[in-house]
Ligand binder design. Structure first.
Ligand code: DP6
Length: 364
């Protein structure tokens, strides 16, 4: 597949106006995407669980305008204007314009809201860009002669990637792989695909309890973060390692090997942070409470032999991962021993989910 597949093939029979609404979830990477090339091409392949509770709902209202001079849109978060998000959307529209040529024909009102508080330190770019891409593709679906569901999802993922890399893993569930890999059939740098191999029931309904250690703005934006991998002394080794970890995961996922899973997932999280600590400039994004939590998880695992582990994104919050069959013990442990490390005791109970959902669509 190449980008050309996504160039549109419809006539100019555009509806006057309408509204579409989609809800898209966030996702948590097991093998991390960290480092990218031109045009949002990942430096290495990644895989993630799509989440369920953490999600963005976006209603996109479109109204034909008289000229097609430029992009015209306004953006509201939780009903309030959000002008500081505009440059990111403008940039996204510029990147996807060739693939969605109707963009300049409309004035858009984007009404968006997150299920998690904006100040929780949880990045909304994956779910936000996925929801917006879904709404835009819903318009394209209305004007296309025929479009099958697989193409719809593939193009949404392709567009979402151009907004934010990890967003391409937020369309479907529950295990999504993105980035070309020799041993993963149909894998692509251009979009995410449902993981195509056998997955043991141990990995169904996997839980992710997100401990909000540090709320507020990310210390390092993802753009700055990914750029740190250019000229990084360990970059090539890291990219190779991601390919190898995906190879190892294949039999781990098939066999239900929770021990093997934990080893890869925790190593990936610490490697991500090691990359940040060893780049120039360097960053430490973990907080003392992040480390306390990690040590307590390790101690608890040793004591109980229960398969509970952690992963991190590019911040101080900890994602505690565990299978369905230990959920009662895990939640008791989290409440009794980990929640004390969260800012204001806040945490979010999430789990692997099935992907985005259409809420409503109407045209005039
Ligand atoms: C650490 O997808 O936020 O969460 O493509 O610049 O928008 P951009 O980056 P983004 O990076 C996510 C990085 C990560 C790891 C991951 O989700 O794989």
């Amino acid at each position: 597949m190449t980008e050309k597949e996504f160039l549109p093939s419809y006539n100019n029979n555009l509806p006057e106006s309408g509204t579409v609404t989609w809800k898209a979830p966030s996702n948590i990477a097991l093998v991390k995407y960290w480092g990218k090339k031109e045009n949002q091409i990942p430096a290495n392949p990644s895989i993630s669980f799509t989440l369920d509770a953490c999600a963005t709902t976006t209603a996109l209202t479109y109204q034909k305008k008289e000229n097609s001079d430029g992009f015209a849109f306004e953006l509201h978060l939780d009903g309030k204007p959000k002008p500081d998000f505009k440059p990111k959307i403008e940039h996204f529209f510029t990147r996807v314009e060739d693939y969605l040529p109707f963009l300049k024909q409309y004035h858009f009102t984007i009404n968006t809201s997150n299920s998690f508080p904006h100040s929780s330190g949880i990045a909304s770019s994956a779910s936000g860009m996925a929801a917006l891409a879904l709404c835009l593709m819903e318009i394209e679906r209305q004007i296309s002669v025929k479009m099958d569901d697989d193409f719809f999802k593939r193009k949404v993922s392709f567009l979402a990637r151009l907004g934010s890399g990890s967003a391409c893993r937020s369309i479907e569930g529950d295990l999504i792989q993105w980035g070309s890999h020799n041993n993963i059939q149909n894998s692509s740098d251009l979009y995410g695909v449902p993981y195509p191999y056998q997955v043991h029931s141990n990995f169904k309904n996997f839980h992710d309890t997100i401990l909000l250690v540090h709320k507020g703005q990310k210390q390092v934006s993802s753009t700055v973060g990914h750029n740190l991998m250019h000229g990084h002394p360990y970059a090539q080794t890291r990219f190779t390692q991601a390919h190898e970890n995906l190879d190892k995961l294949q039999s781990i996922l098939a066999k239900g090997d929770l021990e093997g899973f934990i080893a890869i997932v925790e190593s990936e999280a610490l490697t991500l942070h090691a990359m940040m600590m060893t780049s120039l400039p360097y960053f430490i994004l973990m907080k003392p409470d992040t480390l306390e939590i990690i040590h307590k998880i390790w101690d608890f695992r040793k004591e109980t032999k229960l398969p509970i582990c952690f992963t991190l994104d590019a911040g101080a919050n900890v994602h505690v991962l565990y299978p369905e069959h230990i959920k009662d013990q895990a939640i008791t442990f989290i409440q009794e021993r980990l929640v004390m490390h969260c800012e204001q005791g806040h945490y979010i109970c999430d789990r692997a989910g099935n992907g985005a959902k259409k809420i409503v669509s109407s045209t005039v």
